[in-house]
Design a protein around this ligand. Structure first.
Ligand SMILES: [Fe+2]
Length: 246
């Protein structure tokens, strides 16, 4: 339903929520679909929204993005490569943040190219530091049929095999589905993040129609602990009534 969701305003509210967090996160990862149509103007708007955040913001491309427009828009941030897939690794001790490019331009589904899979293998081989992988398209069927048809349709099993050989990966985090879901994958956990805008309706019928709703927008908050590793919370964008003393 066109015009029902003001995604820019909702992103602005998500930025407000991030700024309210104490302690503040060290970094923000945007799990793709920064743009609607991949136009330079879309990225200019995104930059203005992200510039309110004092911490680094890293984004992987989604199916609504366009590779060269996104590369150009964030070229001054120096985390995206100057050519090829928009894969990157950020050394942020004690973690490594690995972003992967699953974009197939003008298509809804995603693919991990041979070049991207080689990047994953090379990056994980180069260091045993605990890592998080971010990629827009989920590599598994979540049961929402219209989203499963446009998931990561090539490279998922190859990624799973690579991860099964590198046990330092704490999480694979994806976007795309606009609804949280969690699965075991390649010896680690693969988590779909909720959306800071509209959510995809929870409909597990094989013939369920593509629908969204206005369930509460949310994001994932990952906390590192040296003894237990990564703990992932789901945090709501909007402020609830409370807190109240017990
Ligand atoms: Fe998407």
């Amino acid at each position: 339903m066109a015009g029902l969701v003001d995604t820019n305003a909702m992103t602005d509210r998500a930025v407000d929520a991030l700024l309210r967090l104490s302690p503040r996160p060290d970094a923000v990862i945007v799990s793709g679909d920064i743009a609607e149509h991949g136009q330079p103007g879309d990225y200019a708007v995104a930059r203005r929204l992200f510039e309110r955040l004092p911490m680094p913001v890293y984004a992987v491309p989604g199916n609504h993005d366009r590779r060269e427009a996104m590369r150009a828009a964030f070229s001054d941030r120096a985390y995206l490569p100057s050519s090829g897939p928009l894969n990157f690794v950020i050394d942020a001790p004690p973690l490594r943040l690995i972003g992967l490019d699953s974009l197939v331009e003008n298509q809804g589904h995603g693919v991990l190219s041979a070049e991207t899979l080689a990047f994953v293998e090379r990056t994980l081989t180069s260091s045993n530091r605990p890592a998080m992988i971010f990629v827009h398209h989920p590599p598994f069927d979540c049961g929402i049929a219209h989203m499963d048809r446009i998931r990561l349709i090539e490279g998922a099993s190859e990624l799973e095999q690579i991860l099964s050989r590198h046990n330092q990966v704490q999480r694979v985090v994806t976007g795309h589905v606009h609804r949280p879901a969690l699965v075991r994958f390649g010896g680690t956990l693969c988590q779909i993040a909720p959306s800071v805008a509209h959510q995809v309706a929870l409909d597990l019928n094989p013939n369920g129609p593509p629908c969204f709703n206005l369930e509460p927008p949310a994001f994932l908050l990952h906390r590192w602990d040296d003894d237990i590793g990564l703990v992932t919370h789901m945090a709501y964008v909007d402020q609830a009534t409370g807190p109240f003393d017990f």
